[in-house]
Design a protein around this ligand. Sequence first.
Ligand code: GAP
Length: 442
Amino acid sequence: MAEKKETNEKMEAIIALCKRRGFVYQGSEIYGGLAGTWDYGPLGVALKKNIENLWWKMFVDDREDMYGIDAAILMNPNAWIASGHVGGFSDPLVECTKCKKRFRADLLTDKTKCPECQGTLGEERQFNMMFKTNIGATEGEGSITYLRPETAGGMFVNYKNVVDSIHPKLPFGLGQIGKAFRNEIAPRDFIFRVRELEQMEVEYFVHPKTWEEHFELWRKEMWRFIEAVGIDKSHVHELEVGDGDRAHYSKRTIDFEYDFPFGRKELYGLAYRTDFDLKSHQEGSKVNLEYYDEETKEKFLPHVIEPSLGVGRTMLAVLSEAYTEDEMGGEKRVYLKFNSALAPTLVAVFPLLKNKPELVAKAREVYAMLKNKLGRVSFDDNGNIGKRYRRQDEIGTPYCVTIDFDTLGEEKPEYKDTVTLRNRDTGTQERVLISDLVAKLK
Ligand code: GAP
C-alpha cells in the first residue's frame, strides 16, 4: 500500500530526520504502510500541540468574539447532502487502460498518456473524496454516513446551539481544531497531502454588508499567524482563486501558498462562504437559522468568512523553514531552528558526566526547578556532551544547560552555583547563575 513519494534532497533529509528523531513515522509502517496516513511520534506530537495551542490562543482565547467548539466527526448524512459535499466534493479522476493506475486529472500535464507506463488514459470522471462508513449493526443505504471532509460542517450545524446558549452578538466566530478525512486520489509529499488530516478552522459570522471588511481583517490575522510560527513571510504568496477553481460554497477565495521544497503549493485558504452553508442547512434541516438583531430588529442569515489552516501543512512549512545545515567545530551539523513558542523542548539539562553522582544530583535538581517553571524541559545524560548537543540541535532545542564541576564550586569557588548555558543557533556558551536561569530563559 505504500506509495512512491515525489521529493527532492531537502525533503528526503527532513523526512529522514523526522523518522530518526521521533517526529513522524509512516502510518502502519510494520505492515508496509497505508498510503496517505502518517503517525506523529513523541516529538511530532509535541510540535503539533504547540502549533495548535498557539492557534487556539491567538484565535480563540485572546479574543472576545470567538468561541471554541469540538463537534463529532460523524454527522447525520443529511448535513453532508445539504452542504453539497455528497453531490460535489470531488476531484477529476482518470484511469490508465493498461496498468489500471489512477491519477488526479488536474495534476497531469498530458491528460491522454499514463505518466507511469505511457498507456492510454481513460475518460475523466468525478471521484467523490468522502470516506463512507456504516453506522450501527445493520449495513445498507439507510446506515451510511461519512467521515467529515472538513471540520467546518460541525460548526455550521452548531451555529444555532451557540446562539441560543451563549447569545453572542454579531460579528462572532466559532473555532475548531480536529481531524478531517479525504480519500485523496494521489496522497503525496510526506504530510502535505494526506487522507487523514487535521484542520484549524474558523467560521466567522458577519452581517452580509460587512463581509469585505472582515475578509480583510482575517487576511491580516492569517499573516500574523504565519509570522508567529516562524515562517518567513517572503516564502508565502497570496493567490486570488479564479471563478472556475473555487470550492462550490465560495464567492471569493485567497490561497496562501508556501514555497515547499517540492514547489509552491497551498498552505492555507481564506474563503468568503456567503450564507451558502446556513441557507443550505436551514433548507435541509427545516430549522430556522436566522439571526435576530435586537438593536436593528433585523432578521437575516449571517454570511461567513472562513480562514482554514491545515495542521500538517503548517508543520511541514515550519520544518522546512527550520531545517538548517552548517558547520560547527569543523563538523557538518544539522539543526532545526524552531522558535521558542514551537520547539518541542525549550531547554535540555545535562550533567557533564553521568557516572558522577554529585553532578547527576545537582543536574536533577536544576532540571526539576526548570521543569516546574518552564514545562518543556528534558534531562539528557546519554553519550558524551558533544553528542548530546548534536541530538538537541537536531530536534530544535533552543538552549542546553550543563552542570559541571564548577557548578559544585570544587575548583573555582567563584563559579559555584553557575551552569553553562548554550545557544543552539550560535553554539556560544555563557556561565549563568542557577538563580538567574528562569528569568534569562523567559
Ligand atoms: N473548510 C474549508 C476547507 O476545508 P480546503 O482548501 O479544502 O478548505 C483547507 O482545506 C486547508 O486544509 C488547506 O489549505 C490545507 O492546509 C488543509 N488540507 C486540505 N486538504 C488536505 C490534505 N489532503 N492533506 C493535508 N492538508 C490538507
